[in-house]
Design a protein around this ligand. Sequence first.
Ligand code: PLP
Length: 363
Amino acid sequence: NALNFSGGPGALPAVVLAETRQAIEAVPEVGLSILGISHRSDWFAGLVEQTERDLRALLDLPDSHALLLLQGGATLQFSMVPMLLLRGSGRAAEYLRTGYWSAKSIAPARLEGEVRVLWDGERQGSGFRRLPTADELACSPEAAYLHYVSNETVEGVQFHHIPGLDGVRRVCDMSSDFLSRPFDPERFDLIYAHAQKNLGPAGVTLVVIRRTLLDRAPPGIPEILDYRAHLQARSIYNTPPVLAIYVVSRVLRWLREDIGGLERMDALNRRKAECLYGVIDRYPDVYEGWANPTDRSRMNVVFRLPTPEREADFLRRAESAGFSGLKGHRSLGGIRASIYNGMSLEAVERLAGFMVDFARHGG
Ligand code: PLP
């Protein structure tokens, strides 16, 4: 099989794929295919509870924060967040525009109230290549909340500090780096992350929300868009994606038992990223990293070659050497090697070896 460096759905660990194959055949404890197990069964309620317990343990999540499994992807959160926190608040929300995905999050917020863009990375020279330092942000203590994307999947820029004022609600889209490193959940009021990078297949989105945010009912929204309805229904408000949640539960177990937790995951992810950036820096005539070095993503390594023809040649040769999904996002071009949690160090080292060969001998 080809190695999957795609920026969309991430590669999953081999052991999880094997368990999923087995579950499609039959879940051992139930004797039925996962594709036909009712979401109203006791087994599934137990699975959701176990998933929540495992996530809480991995994140060391305090009881002040609730955990929800929702649908609609990260894109639905672009709307649900401002519906809850901006609509009718009489305040402005602050957004950091640091790349393709945070740019997408702004228009839905504007439908709900005033938005101030505190930082626009597109205006900082040539595209979204760098992130603001803490000193560059004039955050207001009066803001309804601050919203940012911790890892910009398309451009490969990642925050290595937590922006914003601790007294102001902090909302973060962690879709493409959730569970890739430890962080302090107490510093966040709402975190969302779709599953299809580090956690499993598309279909389920994780939300971590400070319970006190739920005291205030957002006026005039359908129940399905109200976080409280999902909390009350223990994340089984309507038919959930049973298979996707099952895979997430296996990934969590792999993270805990095979990897050994988030600090270990972080150490491994750092080694993987250093391996590829090391090659990029060693061959500056061939590879140009997109991100400012201090803002480099450890999940999406984005780079260019001197001409579109060299890039096409690189992609062709990479494909025939068994490396798939390296073409950059359609909005940016270039090359993107996505090295989510499920991508092994060995696979990354093989790609690095290919890049060295290409730089030396053209492949
Ligand atoms: N936010 C980030 C950081 C993403 O990478 C993506 C998609 O890749 C999205 C949001 C949109 O996610 P979805 O397709 O699950 O709505």
